[in-house]
Design a protein around this ligand. Structure first.
Ligand SMILES: [Fe+2]
Length: 315
């Protein structure tokens, strides 16, 4: 691996894993012994018939909810990649199809991986997907991204050329965020787009965020509930906004199209933005501010009643 180019020209060479400066906070993850610096597993796991049955049941449950709620690009990607053929998909077959469509591939990782390694894979059009699958005990909710969340939730949109380009640009943006020690801000952008994003599709709200698409509760809440805010996406605003990781979102951000998302991101001067950002978040996750273009101002009733911890109804 040639590290020199990365050091000399930190934001134009994405061939090597970026170096993380000592000041930059990254989550303390312990690398399993069977994986190298790239955190890739030697190959995809062999799944039992019970694993395949869990996949099939999760798949069926989502397909009862998603038609008419997921964006068309997601449904089209799922068809193109034949994700409905039954059982946990084979990453090699998926990668061959994706390569033909957009030049992406899916690579197996054992667990959540460090940000800088994640960025490096994305910048090279590789999507790291969790190798393991949840069990019946964690069927409804699992905090660590498993193969169902990663493949069902994320991979279909990688078949969309514009979204695929956005994901690569996001990976490249990681280098700059590390230089400014603003990984949290960039993480917010990922959270409110790739994981929990909504879009306007012919004047109708639809879902494109994988965190919503791969779970049972949030699809209806995100689109139809009174509680959450729905606000048009502004990259500067989103990168200043806090988020919750273990409950439904108090606010969703809406894009006009993937072209709009791509343009807003690549045309933004991130050097200038990072210099103006505070190290922490400026806006609470339920806040509505003056500059917002509000699609729906939420009642926040669900969160005011205590959210998941209080078994509140997602109204
Ligand atoms: Fe995810």
């Amino acid at each position: 691996m040639n590290d020199m180019a990365t050091i000399l020209n930190p934001e134009s060479d994405f061939s090597a894993i970026p170096e993380v400066d000592g000041d930059v906070f990254t989550a303390p993850l312990k690398r399993p012994e069977n994986v190298g610096e790239d955190w890739l597993e030697p190959e995809q796991r062999q799944y039992s018939s019970e694993d395949d049955a869990v996949w099939n049941d999760l798949f069926e449950r989502q397909m009862e909810i998603l038609p008419g709620r997921a964006c068309d690009a997601f449904m089209a990607g799922m068809q193109k990649l034949h994700l409905n053929r039954g059982g946990v998909p084979d990453f090699k077959e998926l990668s061959e199809e994706l390569d033909r469509l957009t030049g992406w591939s899916v690579v197996p990782v054992p667990m959540l991986i460090p940000d800088h390694v994640f960025f490096w894979h994305l910048a090279n059009r590789r999507f790291p997907a969790g190798n393991f699958i949840r069990t019946r005990e964690t069927f409804d909710y699992i905090q660590e991204p498993d193969v169902f969340h990663d493949v069902f939730g994320h991979v279909p949109l990688l078949a969309d050329p514009t979204f695929a380009d956005y994901m690569q640009e996001y990976g490249k943006a990681g280098w700059k965020a590390m230089r400014y020690n603003r990984l949290k801000s960039l993480g917010s952008l990922y959270w409110y787009t790739v994981e929990f994003g909504l879009m306007m599709q012919a004047d109708e709200l639809r879902i494109y965020g994988a965190g919503i698409l791969s779970g049972p509760r949030e699809a209806i809440f995100a689109l139809e509930a009174e509680s959450p805010n729905r606000i048009m996406l502004n990259v500067d605003r989103v990168m200043r906004t806090d988020y919750v990781i273990s409950d439904l979102q108090p606010t969703y951000f809406v894009i006009e199209s993937f072209e709009d998302l791509y343009r807003q991101t690549v045309e933004r001067d991130f050097d200038q933005l990072y210099r103006s950002l505070d190290p922490g978040f400026t806006y609470a996750n339920a806040a509505v501010i003056d500059v917002d273009y509000v699609v729906h101002r939420g009642s926040q009733e669900y969160h005011l009643r205590g959210g998941r911890g209080s078994n509140a109804n997602p109204v």
